[in-house]
Design a protein around this ligand. Structure first.
Ligand code: DX5
Ligand code: ZN
Length: 215
């Protein structure tokens, strides 16, 4: 069954710990944490100290999605703050193999993310060394954007590239009750959803709808 990773970008930052606890109780499988630096993407969020403080509100794994130009400098700090998986962008400008080694060295699982316009063949050299591909279905930077339909075909193509390797596929951006079913059929293992889940009164209901594909 597909796993659900609520993105706390759309949570109420004034009570982030409580939000993390609520969404965990509502059936989330992991917590997706969007770190933005104002350079790689035109938006700013938070750094390791916020992650450290919300760590005590849930036992679920933290997937920390680094949308930054210099992720390598911060991998140690994010691991110390409580990240279980660290996801870096193929387009960060840093050497991807070095980033993968650094993430492994600090004991975290490795995610690699690609923007909507990046050629998917660029991930091939890294597939033997990573745990997850995070397929962006929107340009990274903001929650609440419209799902770009070509993400469906990209997920299916990535699924083929992965073959029998143990690499999970996550889709991030614009995931909701309408777009989730096609992502699942195409091969997504994890759905990242921010505004859809946090915009609903019942987080449990929203998560259930995404999981079961029932509308
Ligand atoms: C976008 C982030 C996403 C974002 C998704 O740059 O990586 O994780 O929070 O938000 P929604 O689900 O609202 O598109
Ligand atoms: Zn994200």
């Amino acid at each position: 069954m597909v796993l659900i990773a609520p993105s706390i970008l759309s949570a109420d930052f004034a009570c982030l710990g409580k939000e993390v606890a609520s969404v965990s109780k509502a059936g989330a499988d992991m917590i997706h944490i969007d770190v933005m630096d104002g350079h790689f993407v035109p938006n700013l969020t938070f750094g390791p100290c916020v992650i450290r403080d919300i760590r005590k509100y849930t036992d679920l794994p933290f997937d920390v999605h680094l949308m930054m130009t210099n992720p390598g400098e911060f991998i140690g700090s994010f691991a110390e703050a409580g990240a279980d998986m660290i996801t870096v962008h193929l387009e960060s400008g840093e050497n991807v193999s070095d980033l993968i080694s650094k993430i492994k060295k600090v004991g975290c699982r490795v995610g690699l993310s690609i923007r909507p316009k990046t050629n998917i063949n660029a991930i091939i050299p890294y597939l033997p060394d990573i745990d997850l591909i995070l397929v962006m279905a929107v340009e990274p930077g903001f929650g609440g954007q419209r799902f770009q339909k070509q993400a469906i075909a990209r997920i299916a193509e990535i699924k083929d590239l992965i073959g029998r390797k143990e690499v999970q596929i996550a889709v991030d951006g614009g995931v909701n009750d309408v777009t989730a079913p096609a992502c699942i059929v195409a091969g997504a293992d994890i759905l990242v959803a921010g505004s859809y889940i946090f915009g609903k009164r019942s987080y449990a209901k929203a998560i259930q709808i995404l999981k079961e594909g029932v509308r």
